[in-house]
Design a protein around this ligand. Structure first.
Ligand code: ZN
Ligand code: ZN
Length: 366
């Protein structure tokens, strides 16, 4: 039976006001929010169609008649001051909502070319593009959001603990992925946060390999990258296991990646550039002579989306903020042999950081 989860209520109180303050800073009168995840974060509305118009003095959620009941209920429950209007005419509804605004911003990465053209034809306002206004605000989590991410992380810790005894010769990657995802649901998660990665042997050399019918062999490296979804929020963790007795090369690579990951996590604190975490992780691996085998960036923010701000990648000057939730996940990959990755989700706090995913790295070698 599914476990009921005891979560504090989510509130969106103050969020559209925070967005409006950012708009005032850049002399924009209204923002047309078309990214559904951003709409959810601002208003609490989880429907699949909607537009949120945020101006300096009001926020209007426009959706269609399918959501005539759900939208007011959700926005009120979330505690925001949002007016709901039912209108399926996108352009007319936006024009009405922005009123006589003279500068209107669009979410550049989330509006179609066609809608941009139609708005440009219909509004008398100047259109400007913005990106990341809400994504940046969203990157800092409040306690209710953290509780969901932490619960998702704990569920995967427990499920991995229950399942890892089965990571042995003869079991298929698909069977392991199903075991993990079923376990997450039974523990109260809404499902996996993303398609669980279970990659063994040579497959583990591909960082984003989806599970296959391949069965485990003794000597395989086994990369398991799993997260859970809890009330919209996600966790993200990778552990690398060894099937049978680990060989010396695998042990050497594992210790190296662990060292790199620990150094990266130790460098996390408010005020440090996101790119610095990438640099710290990369240096450990480069010094050992495997720099070319670390083929992806070091991490990413996690929340309503599995990949969100901040990007923990080379040269990102953006400073980490207390309350951000990020992953640190260095890895090394060798075509035809396999790969090793170690990943935790951590929350940035005044002391540095606190790990939310806590599955042991010692027992990775059974
Ligand atoms: Zn991951
Ligand atoms: Zn990740």
């Amino acid at each position: 039976m599914n476990q009921p989860l005891n979560l504090p209520p989510l509130t969106v109180k103050g969020r559209v006001e925070a967005v409006a303050a950012k708009l005032a800073d850049i002399d924009v009168d209204a923002l047309v929010v078309t990214n559904l995840t951003n709409i959810r974060w601002c208003s609490g509305f989880t429907g699949s169609a909607g537009t949120l118009v945020i101006s300096t003095d009001q926020a209007i959620l426009i959706t269609d008649s399918r959501y005539a009941e759900q939208a007011p209920v959700q926005t009120q429950a979330a505690g925001g001051s949002i007016e709901v209007r039912i209108n399926s005419q996108f352009v007319a509804a936006v024009a009405e909502a922005v009123g006589n605004a003279s500068v209107v911003a669009l979410e550049a990465d989330h509006v179609s070319w066609a809608n941009q053209r139609r708005l440009d034809d219909s509004l008398s306002a100047a259109l400007v593009d913005t990106s990341a206004i809400i994504a940046e605000l969203r990157s800092v989590k409040d306690p209710a959001e953290l509780a969901r991410i932490e619960t998702a992380a704990k569920i995967v810790d427990a499920v991995l603990g229950e399942c890892c005894g089965h990571f042995m010769r003869g079991v298929s990657e698909l069977e392991i992925a199903r075991m993990l995802e079923d376990g997450m649901r039974l523990a109260g998660a809404n499902g996996p946060a993303y398609e669980t990665i279970v990659a063994s042997g040579a497959n583990s050399a591909l960082p984003h390999k989806t599970p296959s019918p391949k069965r485990l062999f003794d000597g395989d490296l086994l990369v398991v990258d799993a997260g859970a979804l809890v009330d919209g929020y996600r966790s993200d963790m990778t552990r690398t296991f060894m099937v049978g007795e680990p060989d010396e090369r695998a042990l050497e690579l594992y210790e190296l990646v662990r060292k790199s990951q620990a150094a990266g996590v130790a460098a996390v604190r408010p005020g440090v550039a996101a790119g610095e975490i990438d640099k710290v992780c990369r240096e450990v691996i480069t010094e050992a002579g495997y720099g070319d085998a670390f083929t992806h960036s070091t991490g990413h923010g996690v929340g309503l989306n599995i990949h969100e701000l901040p990007a923990i990648r080379r040269n990102n000057q953006a400073e980490l903020l207390a309350g951000q939730v990020i992953t640190v996940e260095p890895g090394v990959y060798f075509s035809g042999y396999g790969g090793v990755r170690v990943e935790d989700t951590v929350v940035v706090n005044e002391d540095g950081s606190r790990p939310l995913t806590q599955f042991s790295k010692e027992t990775s070698w059974q």
